[in-house]
Ligand binder design. Structure first.
Ligand code: DX5
Ligand code: ZN
Length: 226
């Protein structure tokens, strides 16, 4: 069963002007964004430090859109509850940080959010095979996490295709999201492989006109691949 054929665009606030965060979030909402993507980094799992529940709460106050929190932190189970309390509708944990993955996804759902599992570029799809029945979202990283503005790794295609097949074989909806290097030039590649939800940092917040940037992404997502 497919989650939804609609294309979902999730701008990442990592590329926003954090000094004007509420206005930036409202601006992309007005510009046609579907979700707001919040990148949480701890300086351990990834070589960068960003934000926590406190700032997530400010994002929550600024929008009625789903708040999609991507935890790039070690021992994410220590903080899942705090992010859901801060207003996260969706929480993603990396399989590389969760030795007891079933317990981690159950924790997210019990806290009241949709559960997402994230895989780094070097992690195979098989890492998710036994949790497909317990999750609401899969995130395939198309860069190594830590920074915005990196180059899309096109060889993730096979993994996205495999996960699309597994998702379609489930009897509950699962969104298939990609994150990293998504631009009008790469979005069609990920869409053709089966992704339905696209995180975009610099391809939205790096542009003057957010509405035009989101329209360009949607348009290129469905244009034929060369
Ligand atoms: C990378 C983050 C991404 C990042 C994407 O570690 O998970 O969400 O913001 O940025 P772009 O779209 O610029 O590659
Ligand atoms: Zn992200």
């Amino acid at each position: 069963m497919t989650a939804d054929d609609a294309i979902l665009i999730a701008p990442s606030i990592l590329a926003a002007d954090i000094g004007a965060l509420a206005a930036e979030v409202k601006a992309v909402e007005t510009a046609g964004a579907d979700w707001i993507h919040v990148d949480v980094m701890d300086g351990h799992f990834v070589p960068n430090i960003t934000i926590g529940p406190f700032v997530t709460e400010a994002v929550r106050r600024a929008t009625t859109l789903p708040v999609d929190v991507h935890l790039m932190i070690e021992q994410p189970e220590r903080y899942v509850g705090d992010f859901v309390k801060a207003g996260a509708d969706r929480v993603g944990v990396h399989v590389e940080t969760c030795p007891n993955l079933h317990r981690s996804v159950a924790q997210i759902r019990e806290a009241g959010a949709k559960a997402c599992v994230v895989v780094n570029p070097a992690t195979p799809a098989t890492a998710l095979e036994h949790v497909m029945g317990n999750i609401d979202q899969v995130l395939v990283m198309t860069v190594n996490p830590g920074f915005g503005g990196q180059k899309y790794i096109a060889s993730m295609k096979d993994k996205i295709e495999t996960l699309r097949r597994w998702i379609d074989a489930q009897d509950h909806p699962i969104d298939l999201q990609v994150d990293g290097g998504i631009t009008p030039a790469t979005i069609g590649h990920a869409r053709a492989a089966g992704a339905n939800c696209f995180v975009a940092g610099t391809a939205v917040f790096g542009k003057e006109d957010y509405a035009q940037a989101i329209r360009d992404l949607r348009k290129q997502a469905t244009s034929p691949q060369g």
